[in-house]
Design a protein around this ligand. Structure first.
Ligand SMILES: NC(=O)c1ccc[n+]([C@@H]2O[C@H](COP(=O)([O-])OP(=O)(O)OC[C@H]3O[C@@H](n4cnc5c(N)ncnc54)[C@H](O)[C@@H]3O)[C@@H](O)[C@H]2O)c1
Length: 257
């Protein structure tokens, strides 16, 4: 029997990278999945990959920065699959690029906050009542291994993820007694088409990125999806308010080796 047999889950940003890997692994473990994304082609591709492993999924077009669309996303989950047991708030977005703080423009800051921080708040606000209705659930927010140390040139992204980290622990404090566990996963670098394209353009950054990890490699998305699925499952029944580091040792890396 799979880890998520009979459960219903929802993954934002399910149309690419970690979100897609989470949907496919969840389906392998017996969960039905709602794939929510702003990118219809990517989302539908994920649905096809879920079906290819014998799972059941549906795509719901969603911009997580829009509270009305987030409300509709959870309503669609309930009408399609009859409830919600777990959700991974994974979508990330913003204006992109690397900017020092004093050169960060309003629109860069604003869009990053709208999608990456406000989006998680809107999602939690809709997911929690659906899970309370079900008698409990599990929320897994995706942050980043750099959240506690900061990251040069990525101020708006790191600030948004710091907010998600705080929302995660606040959610755990408020809802654990009512059966909803709220945790985060903090990934190190992992392989996505966007990162592969970036490394092709800036090969010297590939070496620098790999050297940040004590394991001297970046991950495949499936290696990050594994702890997400574990947190979603009843195996993690006493885990709440935690941050699972899946960072290949970024946080223990030493310059002496
Ligand atoms: N890739 C890495 O190395 C890395 C490292 C640390 C943390 N993370 C985190 O992991 C998570 C997944 O990252 P990824 O690399 O798989 O991302 P990705 O860019 O491959 O996928 C992100 C998905 O989010 C969707 N999205 C963007 N804006 C949206 C919006 N407004 N509403 C709904 N969906 C939207 C995109 O269409 C895309 O499908 C993110 O939270 C990211 O911050 C990634």
């Amino acid at each position: 029997m799979g880890l998520l047999e009979g459960k219903v889950g929802l993954v934002t940003g399910g149309g690419s990278g970690l979100g897609r890997a989470t949907c496919v692994l969840a389906a392998r473990e017996g969960s039905k999945v709602i794939v929510a994304d702003i990118d219809e082609a990517g989302g539908k591709q994920t649905v096809a990959e879920v079906e290819a492993v014998g799972g059941e999924a549906a795509f719901v077009s969603t911009d997580v920065a829009d509270p009305e669309q987030v409300k509709a996303m959870v309503a669609a989950t309930l009408s399609q699959f009859g409830g919600l047991d777990w959700a991974s708030n994974n979508a990330v977005g913003g204006a992109g690029g690397f900017h020092a703080l004093h050169e960060t423009e309003d629109h860069t800051w604003r869009r990053t906050m709208d999608v990456t921080l406000d989006g998680v708040f809107y999602c939690m606000r809709e997911e929690i009542p659906a899970m309370l209705e079900r008698g409990g659930g599990s929320i897994i927010n995706i942050i980043t291994a750099s959240v506690s140390k900061g990251e040069a040139m990525l101020g708006s992204y790191i600030a948004a993820k710091g907010g998600v980290d705080a929302l995660t622990r606040t959610g755990a404090a408020e809802y654990s007694a009512r059966g909803i566990r709220v945790n985060s996963v903090a990934p190190g670098g992992f392989n996505t088409p966007a990162i592969a394209r970036y490394f092709e353009r800036f090969p010297e950054d590939r070496e620098r990125t790999i050297a940040q990890h004590a394991m001297r490699r970046i991950a495949e998305p499936d290696e990050i999806a594994q702890p997400v699925i574990w947190l979603a499952s009843d195996r993690a029944s006493f885990v709440t308010g935690a941050c699972v580091l899946a960072d290949g040792g970024i946080n223990v890396n030493s310059h002496l080796l």
